[in-house]
Design a protein around this ligand. Structure first.
Ligand SMILES: [Zn+2]
Length: 250
């Protein structure tokens, strides 16, 4: 007869548990605070966060059996992180590139949001690992925020919420006109509820289909027609209809 200790061990190994747990042994997370020794208390919780969410996000984006894009993740705390577009640089809370996330340690203490939510957004970029494709920036950021807000923060609703509060830059009239026409192009928290609404109302498998196409480099806006039965811009109009007449200026 098997000793009780071993019986319990076998039982634990055989218990189903959440599907992302099975992937925990298939990758390693390295958290580097060598440049910011005061970030030491973040090492354990950030490692645990990534070990849970990296496989979990993979299932959300690509389905249950999709392989993880990288065997190792590197989370590097930096005294400061900037995102540059040519000579113009702006400070960023975090930044993902391939299998590495840089975290702006100087910024963490000033963040109003839960820093973990930002890491989940950046982690989603690692999972995405899409082929470069022009005109898809709004989807890249919209999908990362969809993961962050629907699954981690759990504050996403399938409707547009930030009509007046969202700062798009430029004049408000200008912003409202852009929002009315093709607002999804703003990405982030404008595209995220749109994608959620499409999943709920039009096509359950849309998100996975979009992610597979973006990964393969075969994405085209026609995918929306194929899965949701109408062109992207028509779907956007339907999405904003409930609020278009009441809150948006002409
Ligand atoms: Zn992003």
């Amino acid at each position: 007869m098997m000793p009780l200790r071993n019986v319990l061990l076998v039982a634990a190994l055989l218990s189903p548990g959440p599907p992302w747990r099975a992937d925990a042994a298939k990758f390693q997370v390295h958290v580097d605070v060598s440049k910011t020794p005061n970030a030491q208390p973040y090492v354990k919780p950030v490692k645990a966060l990534c070990e849970e969410w990296y496989p979990r996000i993979n299932i959300i984006l690509f389905g249950k059996d999709a392989p993880l894009p990288f065997k190792e993740l590197h989370i590097r705390f930096e005294p400061k992180v900037e995102k540059c577009d040519g000579p113009n640089c702006i400070e960023a809370g975090g930044f993902a590139d391939e299998n590495t996330i840089q975290i702006n340690f100087g910024y963490l203490g000033r963040m109003k949001d839960d820093y973990r939510a930002m890491i989940v957004h950046e982690l989603a970029h690692i999972n995405q690992h899409y082929r470069e494709s022009p005109g898809t920036g709004w989807l890249v950021e919209g999908i990362a925020d969809y993961v962050r807000h629907r699954y981690f923060e759990k504050d996403l609703q399938p409707k547009l919420l930030e009509l007046d509060g969202y700062r798009f830059g430029g004049s408000q009239v200008d912003e409202q006109a852009k929002l009315r026409k093709q607002g999804y192009l703003f990405g982030y928290t404008v595209a995220a509820p749109f994608l959620y609404w499409l999943e709920m109302r039009k096509s359950k498998g849309l998100l996975v289909a979009l992610n597979i196409a973006l990964r393969q480099g075969s994405y085209s806006p026609d995918l929306f027609q194929k899965h949701c039965g109408a062109p992207l811009d028509t779907l956007w109009q339907e999405f904003i209809q409930p609020v278009a007449n009441s809150t948006m200026h002409n």
